[in-house]
Ligand binder design. Structure first.
Ligand SMILES: NC(=O)c1ccc[n+]([C@@H]2O[C@H](COP(=O)([O-])OP(=O)(O)OC[C@H]3O[C@@H](n4cnc5c(N)ncnc54)[C@H](OP(=O)(O)O)[C@@H]3O)[C@@H](O)[C@H]2O)c1
Length: 257
C-alpha cells in the first residue's frame, strides 16, 4: 500500500440527498458538509430565505431549494415523486426538521402532542414512504432520522418530545428490516445539546446558573452542529454500508453516567 493514496470512504460524489430542516442548525450544517463531500442536496424547510442562506454556505452549484411545510403530511410522497423527476433518484434522506416542546404534564394538551408528533414522527413516516417509491430512491439508499437522547433518558417537561423521539428509534428498527431487501438502510442519530437556535431558545427559559450547571454535566462539553453532521454523513455514505436499524448516540458523554 506504500505510496498509494486512499479514496475518501465518505465521498458522496454522484449522490443526491434530501435534507429536511436545512434552513437551520443541524440540518443546515449537514447540507453544508454533504456538499463538501460532493453530494447534490435538496434543501427543505418553510423559510426560503434561510434555505438560500444555507445554500450560500455550500460547495458546488448542483443543489435545489424546496420551500415545503411538512405539516402537509399526506402530500409528502407525491411531492417527493415530482421532485425526483427533476433531480433524479435520491440516495439519501435526512429528517432533521423537528419541533421541541417543553411543557409539564399538567399543562400538556392533546393538541400539543399532535403538533409535536406531526412533524417529528408522522412526517418521518411519510418521508420514508416517499423515499422508497419506485423511481424516487437510488441504489443504495440511506435514511437518517434525527432523534434525541431524550428518546433514551427521562427529563421533566419533555414527555411529548420524548415520545416522538422514542417513536423514531423503534420505528427505524422496523423500517430497517422492512426496507433492507430494497437496499435501503435506516438509522437514527441521537444528539444531546448542541449549539443551535433550538438550544438558544431553551436557554432563554433558564437562569445563567441553570445553564452553566447543565453545560458542566457534559464530560466533553456541549456539541457543535458539525459534530452531529459528521455522524449523519458517516451513516449516509458507504462508511455505513453494513449499519442499519441502529441509533448512533452523539452526546459528549452525557448518557455515559
Ligand atoms: N439542537 C439540539 O441540541 C438537538 C438535540 C437533540 C436532538 N435534536 C434534534 O435534531 C433536529 C435538528 O435540530 P436543530 O436544533 O437543528 O433544529 P432547529 O435549528 O430548531 O431547526 C428546526 C428546523 O426544522 C424545520 N421545520 C420545523 N417545522 C417545519 C415544518 N412544518 N415544515 C418544514 N420544516 C420545518 C425548520 O425550518 P423552517 O423554520 O424553515 O420551516 C428548521 O430548519 C431536530 O429533530 C431536533 O429534535 C436537536
Amino acid at each position: 500500500m506504500k505510496g498509494e493514496t486512499m479514496e475518501n470512504p465518505m465521498d458522496m460524489t454522484g449522490r443526491t440527498v434530501l435534507v429536511t430542516g436545512a434552513s437551520s442548525g443541524i440540518g443546515r450544517e449537514t447540507a453544508i458538509l454533504l456538499s463538501q463531500l460532493g453530494a447534490s442536496v435538496v434543501l427543505v424547510g418553510r423559510d426560503a430565505g434561510r434555505l438560500a442562506e444555507t445554500q450560500s454556505l455550500m460547495l458546488g452549484q448542483n443543489h435545489r431549494l424546496e420551500a415545503f411545510d411538512l405539516n402537509e403530511v399526506e402530500a409528502i410522497p407525491q411531492w417527493m415523486k415530482r421532485l425526483s423527476a427533476t433531480t433524479g433518484p435520491l440516495h439519501g434522506l435526512v429528517h432533521s426538521a423537528g419541533v421541541v416542546l417543553q411543557r409539564g404534564l399538567r399543562f400538556l394538551t392533546d393538541r400539543d402532542l399532535q403538533e409535536v408528533m406531526r412533524i417529528n414522527v408522522h412526517a418521518a413516516v411519510a418521508l420514508a414512504k416517499g423515499f422508497r417509491q419506485k423511481g424516487v430512491c437510488g441504489t443504495p439508499g440511506s435514511v437518517v432520522l434525527l432523534t434525541s437522547t431524550i428518546g433514551l433518558i427521562g427529563l421533566p417537561g419533555l414527555s411529548a418530545y420524548a415520545a416522538s423521539k422514542g417513536a423514531l428509534i423503534s420505528m427505524s428498527k422496523s423500517l430497517a428490516v422492512e426496507l433492507a431487501p430494497e437496499n435501503i438502510r435506516v438509522n437514527c442519530v441521537a444528539p444531546s445539546l448542541v449549539r443551535t437556535e433550538m438550544v438558544t431558545n431553551s436557554q432563554k427559559q433558564m437562569t445563567p446558573e441553570q445553564f452553566a450547571s447543565l453545560e458542566a454535566a457534559y464530560p466533553l462539553g456541549l456539541g457543535e452542529p458539525r459534530d452531529v453532521a459528521n455522524a449523519i454523513a458517516f451513516l449516509l455514505a458507504d462508511t455505513g454500508r453494513w449499519i442499519t436499524g441502529t441509533t448512533l448516540v452523539v452526546d459528549g458523554g452525557i448518557t455515559a453516567h
